[in-house]
Design a protein around this ligand. Structure first.
Ligand code: ADP
Ligand code: F6P
Length: 327
């Protein structure tokens, strides 16, 4: 047990993700089990700067494992990018006796944690974002639920697309990354997936492929676009112009960000939350808990933020194979 650390703070930051509650629960209960006091911080870094602390007992995290969202609430707080506010946040941690801070969020949130580490706060990061786009970890809390939700929604849309012989474009989330689009697309048998990593904006080519599918006798088309390539409505307008057929749109939006976490998200988030506490108890700090090369492990936060995804080859293969699997 690390005797220097008595009180651990925990916050969620960036977009909420199903499984964050499981991670909070694990941090609180494993923390108490290991002899720490645990304080929740509401509304991410904004709540930290506003000193919104809540004492977390065993019962404070009852009946949350199965709920999406985050009971601590989350926020985006642009001030945290500024040195002045990072210093203020570190001072607030000291003022409230927060010896270590567990940050559950994406890589932006980790940069906030990194800035606090540089100002002397012990931090541990836990990857939490539906986007699945944290280079150091093959798993991020919420991705599994989000892609399963998106997949089922696309399945539903296909019923209508085939009944009415429609061409449907479905927008899924992913500001900078196409992982949700790729995974839900391959799982639901989409013909084309437009993602920021590869889409060149060539609407004519997209519609030529649609026409080619129609020419083989197919009566409907399912196309997916990641939010990062543009809004579905706008893209559909361009596709219609290029292809001369109506393109119906659906934007899944928060439908895929909320909802009860899958078993995988509950279990992995619980493991990551418990591991964050174990690291602190062992005297480690400024680490990020990750799942990489098939195991749960941890890296120094500075190193973690520079790491490349181990999934690149797989994603490239999915992109390559996707169109060959549809007719
Ligand atoms: P995510 O954590 O999912 O990547 P964001 O990129 O929106 O989500 O970041 C969440 C929050 O993390 C931001 O609102 C801000 O408070 C903090 N943050 C992001 N980038 C930085 C940075 N470069 N330095 C300090 N804090 C940051
Ligand atoms: O980071 C998760 C995410 O869902 C992104 O895919 C998306 O761009 C962003 O959050 C949208 O967040 P909000 O609607 O909260 O501004």
């Amino acid at each position: 047990m690390n005797t220097d650390i008595k009180t651990v703070g925990v916050l969620t930051s960036g977009g909420d993700a199903p499984g964050m509650n499981a991670a909070i629960r694990a941090v609180v209960r494993r923390g108490i089990f290991k002899g720490f006091n645990v304080k929740g911080i509401r509304r991410g870094y904004l709540g930290l700067l506003n000193e919104e602390f809540v004492d977390m007992g065993m019962d404070s995290v009852s009946n949350i494992l199965e709920r999406g969202g985050t009971i601590l609430e989350t926020e985006r707080c642009l001030e945290m990018k500024l040195d002045e506010y990072q210093q203020k946040a570190a001072d607030i941690c000291r003022k409230h006796g927060i010896d270590a801070l567990v940050v559950i969020g994406g890589d932006g949130s980790f940069r906030g944690a990194q800035s606090l580490a540089r100002k002397g706060v012990n931090v541990i990061g836990i990857p939490g974002t539906i986007d699945g786009d944290i280079g150091c970890s093959e798993y991020t809390i919420g991705f599994d639920t989000a892609v399963n939700t998106a997949m089922r929604a696309i399945d539903n849309i296909r019923d209508t697309a085939s009944s009415h012989e429609r061409c449907c474009l479905i927008e899924v989330m992913g500001r900078d990354a196409g992982y949700i689009a790729l995974w839900s697309g391959i799982a639901a048998g989409a013909e084309q997936v437009l993602i920021p990593e590869t889409y060149d904006g060539d609407e004519k080519r997209v519609m030529e492929k649609v026409a080619a599918h129609r020419a083989t006798g197919k009566n409907n088309n399912i196309l997916i676009n990641a939010e990062g390539v543009g809004r579905a409505e706008e893209i559909a307008g361009k596709l219609e112009k290029a292809g001369g057929i109506r393109v119906r749109t659906t934007t899944l939006s928060y439908i895929q960000r909320g909802g009860n976490p899958t078993c995988r998200d509950r279990v992995y988030a619980s493991i990551m939350g418990a591991k964050a506490i174990d690291l602190l108890a062992e005297g480690a700090s400024n680490r990020v808990v990750v799942y990489r090369n098939g195991i749960f492990t941890d890296y120094d936060i500075d190193e973690a933020l520079t790491m490349e995804s181990t999934m690149k080859d797989t994603e490239e293969y999915i992109i390559d194979m996707l169109e060959s699997l549809t007719r």
